[in-house]
Ligand binder design. Structure first.
Ligand SMILES: NC(=O)c1ccc[n+]([C@@H]2O[C@H](COP(=O)([O-])OP(=O)(O)OC[C@H]3O[C@@H](n4cnc5c(N)ncnc54)[C@H](OP(=O)(O)O)[C@@H]3O)[C@@H](O)[C@H]2O)c1
Length: 352
């Protein structure tokens, strides 16, 4: 029987927001849909027979009014660099739990810095309940459990076949920023493609480079491991050195403008149903210790946007079921395997 639980989903008419709405409805949940464009929210709400509201994130009065009677908001409107803080402020004022699907490391940083404020308000703030970071957070926790003495963690993400316009715009926003790794528990700036390493994601060795992914920040909270590097597989046969040189010579502002204009012309909002059905995702994790011990595992799962809808909806369900913990939280320590269990075709294999 359908559950009549009310919570807010902001960014409902975006590519990802809409996928999450579909999943939530299939679970019998009835979110109040929201976004800044009334006509576009209303269209999605009518399609699914759901209540809706519209407000700008700059209108704190309207945001407070929308949040004050719900226990939870799931924010799917990114770049989250722009939307996180207004929501965090309003969630504190209205005692509302907060989830989002960001993969932006800055947002995690900002959320963690306000941990005490969230505790005082009695709310949980958990960014990243999508493809990044739910499966990688689970995998980090998994290898740490296999090697409790680990003091070094490597996470590597296989190629993603197709990304949404919103993801591309968010990545563009980050272009030209320094690389980041974690050293002795602290975030350290490094150059672009600082380290290169090959990983076998299932099709032989693929050159990958270090990248400032959210897990550099979050995996420390999840595992306590002080040294963390994240890698992404290069999309084509470009060497890491070529990338370093290109990064040096392309003026990021100019380059971003050009790419943004190209992006606006792209008619597809994101991978279509067929691409989502045939796509997959692969993440590799390695934990090692100073004593020379090492464990490795690989996770295979569905296409990233499909995964995002599944795990974000599971995070909503867990929060509504009373499993939230006040403060800035990461998924695995809070919800255990509950989020990843919502993904049927998900497997973890021990390599070493
Ligand atoms: N971590 C992960 O694994 C993961 C997975 C999926 C998506 N994401 C992230 O989620 C975000 C959305 O992706 P998408 O594919 O859904 O993009 P999209 O189709 O472009 O949708 C973006 C949505 O956010 C809204 N929005 C953006 N800025 C806003 C603002 N300042 N105020 C109010 N609403 C705003 C947009 O509304 P308007 O159309 O009115 O601007 C739209 O509804 C991206 O940042 C993406 O990187 C992360």
């Amino acid at each position: 029987m359908a559950q009549q639980v009310s919570f807010l989903l902001y960014g409902a008419y975006g590519y990802t927001g809409r996928l999450v709405v579909e999943r939530l409805v299939s679970l019998g949940l009835r979110p109040i849909l929201a976004g800044r464009n009334r006509a576009r929210v209303e269209a999605v709400a009518r399609e699914f027979g759901l209540p809706f509201t519209a407000f700008e994130i700059t209108d704190s009065t309207a945001m407070d009014a929308a949040l004050k009677d719900v226990p939870l908001v799931l924010n799917c409107a990114g770049p989250f660099r722009n939307t996180f803080t207004p929501f965090a402020d309003s969630c504190i004022r209205t005692a509302t739990h907060y989830l989002d699907v960001t993969g932006e490391i800055d947002v995690f940083h900002r959320a963690a810095a306000r941990h005490c404020e969230f505790i005082n308000a009695g709310i949980m703030v958990m960014p990243g309940v999508g493809f990044d970071i739910v499966p990688s957070d689970y995998l980090a926790c998994y290898v740490k459990t296999r090697l409790p003495s680990a003091d070094r963690l490597v996470l590597a993400f296989g190629k993603v076949d197709s990304v949404s316009r919103g993801t591309a715009a968010t990545v563009l926003d980050q272009l030209g920023r320094p690389g980041l790794v974690r050293r002795e528990g602290k975030i350290a700036e490094v150059s672009t493609a600082w380290r290169q390493r090959s990983f076998d994601f299932g099709n032989g060795p693929e050159l990958s480079i270090t990248a400032p992914l959210a897990d550099v920040f979050s995996a420390y909270y999840t595992t306590g491991i002080p040294d963390i590097e994240c890698y992404v597989a290069l999309p084509c046969r470009v060497s890491g050195w070529a990338l370093k040189i290109a990064h040096r010579f392309i003026r990021p502002q100019w380059f971003r403008g050009l790419l943004r204009r190209r992006l606006q012309k792209q008619d597809k909002a994101g991978p279509d149903a067929h691409q989502r059905a045939v796509g997959n995702s692969v993440i590799f994790a390695e934990a090692s210790s100073r004593e020379g011990q090492r464990v490795q595992a690989i996770m295979r799962g569905p296409e990233p946007y499909t995964m995002t809808a599944l795990v974000a909806a599971a995070a909503v369900q867990c929060t509504l079921d009373g499993k939230a913990r006040p403060g800035f939280q990461t998924p695995s320590p809070t919800f255990g395997a509950a989020l990843i269990s919502a993904v049927e075709d998900f497997e973890v294999e021990d390599l070493e």
